[in-house]
Ligand binder design. Structure first.
Ligand code: FES
Length: 242
């Protein structure tokens, strides 16, 4: 369990028929994981603030009409939650299928990346998406350390949160609305012209390979070893991220 919650009071609830508990402050997803049950998730990452934007983690809560994102929702005493009901699983799979339909096609050789999205789609038996993907932007190879392939971006904002909240850099932003929404660098600059310091945090956070070490745009297995260019910031720690 996350040590942050360990000394907190326990809240008992039911998860897929099993009596479990959450420490106060824990979300349904975190408590489920601690009890050995993995709920699909993409925009959630252990060390980032939950954002609840992908909806891959939805669960059914008895008495509520709308499915709830388990990464943001905290259980209350006596709740009856179903992560594996037919309705919850159908929604989880539909989200994964829609996101997968927008990915660069595996058949378009040599795209062979195994991403977190691929992992969950396989685990949930999603199969070949039935939907036509959107037309997507060209890769941005302007940065010396990081390749940008927004073709594979699911707009989960993990990169944005990692850049802003982990590194306090605030280079990555979210622009436009609806189907025009997109990840941007500074004010929609090519990444190489932005104020990015190449710390590599966004590459680590990305669940699909939209951000990769330079030279890896959709070409390789997800080896995310990236030489941090921290000397730029003057500290010179030369971290290698894995
Ligand atoms: Fe919960 Fe994305 S993981 S909404």
């Amino acid at each position: 369990a996350n040590p942050e919650f360990m000394n907190q009071p326990q809240i008992g609830f039911k998860l897929d028929g099993e009596e479990v508990f959450a420490f106060e402050g824990e979300t349904i997803l975190q408590a489920a994981k601690r009890h050995g049950k993995e709920i699909p998730h993409l925009c959630y990452s252990d060390n980032l603030r939950p954002d609840g934007n992908c909806r891959a983690c939805v669960v059914e809560i008895e008495g509520e009409r709308v499915l709830a994102p388990s990464c943001c929702r905290k259980p209350s005493e006596g709740m009856n939650i179903k992560a594996e009901s037919e309705r919850a699983v159908r929604s989880q799979k539909l989200v994964l299928e829609l996101l997968k339909s927008d990915m660069p096609k595996q058949s378009q050789s040599p795209y062979t990346l195994k991403s977190e999205l691929d992992f969950w789609a396989e685990k949930m038996d999603v199969g070949t998406p039935r939907f036509k993907g959107r037309s997507q932007p060209q890769a941005d190879l302007s940065h010396p350390a990081i390749s940008v392939n927004l073709d594979a971006c699911i707009q989960c904002t993990r990169c944005l949160r990692a850049c802003r909240e982990e590194q306090m850099n605030d280079v990555i932003g979210y622009a436009n609305r609806g189907s025009h929404s997109e990840i941007v660098f500074d004010i929609a600059d090519p990444m190489g012209a932005s104020s990015c310091v190449a710390c590599g945090e966004c590459v680590q956070a990305c669940p699909t390979g939209a951000l990769m070490p330079a030279g890896n745009v959709g070409l390789q297995e997800a080896d995310k070893t990236v030489d941090s260019t921290c000397p730029y910031c003057g500290v010179g720690c030369l971290i290698k991220y894995h």
